[in-house]
Design a protein. Sequence first.
Length: 76
Amino acid sequence: MNVIYNSPNYHVVEYPGHGFEVIAKHAAKGTYLSGPAAVKFKEYLTQAAAEDASIETVDEYLGGYDDLMLQPAIYH
């Protein structure tokens, strides 16, 4: 497990096997991406990092996943 993105609004964790957990902090909910969705997600994050994208730009992209965030986020 590796935290790859952390902003005031979102938290993204990468898991072995190309899975990602995306958490919307404001809603305290998240979703898990795997398979083709995870591949597309990783491509975007790699491109955003290469372009030194702003937090606002990345957060806007992550906002597109808000409707999928149905699982309550439990912090340990």
